[in-house]
Design a protein around this ligand. Sequence first.
Ligand code: AMP
Length: 248
Amino acid sequence: MKILVPVKRVIDYNVKPRVKADGTGVDLQNVKMSMNPFDEIAVEEAIRLKEKGVATEIVAVSVGPQKAQETLRTALAMGADRAILVMTDDEVEPLAVAKILKAIADEEAPGLVILGKQAIDDDSNQTGQMLAALLGRPQGTFASAVTVEGDSVTVTREVDGGLETVKLAMPAVVTTDLRLNEPRYASLPNIMKAKSKPLATKAPADYGVDTAPRLKTLKVAEPPVRSAGIKVADVDALVAKLKEMGVA
Ligand code: AMP
């Protein structure tokens, strides 16, 4: 069974984003970029399924600029077998990504597509769901456990107030939540080996997908600045202060 893992190049999660002065977006000049953390979890899960003998090949896909190659090389260094870069300098919205992934899934016929539950730059949480709908295949979102048995995959889902377990007929789409696994670091020899693994470069037009945006960003603003805290002398003063603020 083949597994397709879409990986997005995003602003590194340790970086504090700065909003552009004109409020049109986040400033990405000279900012560290990395693989979306939920996608690292997706790559890790695919590798574990391969190590268990469930999967035979892992194909990583990224839709993005030339530099997204680095993200794909990271996936290859972790253990993916080959990669596809669908190159575009446009900002691609989830629907366009889902359409491209559908076309690739039609070509590659993976048993599973494992995506992140959301990209930490746009926080959309849409691509996996849209892909499942376009493919007409079942989806198990927010996975905290994934078990493949025969032609089906059992997904434990993190839902409000607990866990839900669903069984999906494969081919299926799974999106990863934080607690699914802890992604491995790529070792130096594997980083070297990844340089010679196959990486195909395509364009959205090769899949007949128009990436023109459907949404217009009206404004991006910094979160409100938090006011400074105060120190109180003891518990009585704390309780008095909380009463004064109307929260106790
Ligand atoms: P989103 O719906 O934008 O929050 O993204 C959810 C997931 O879809 C991500 O964690 C990735 O696995 C995948 N994805 C989104 N955008 C891209 C992209 N440009 N290239 C590859 N995968 C993507």
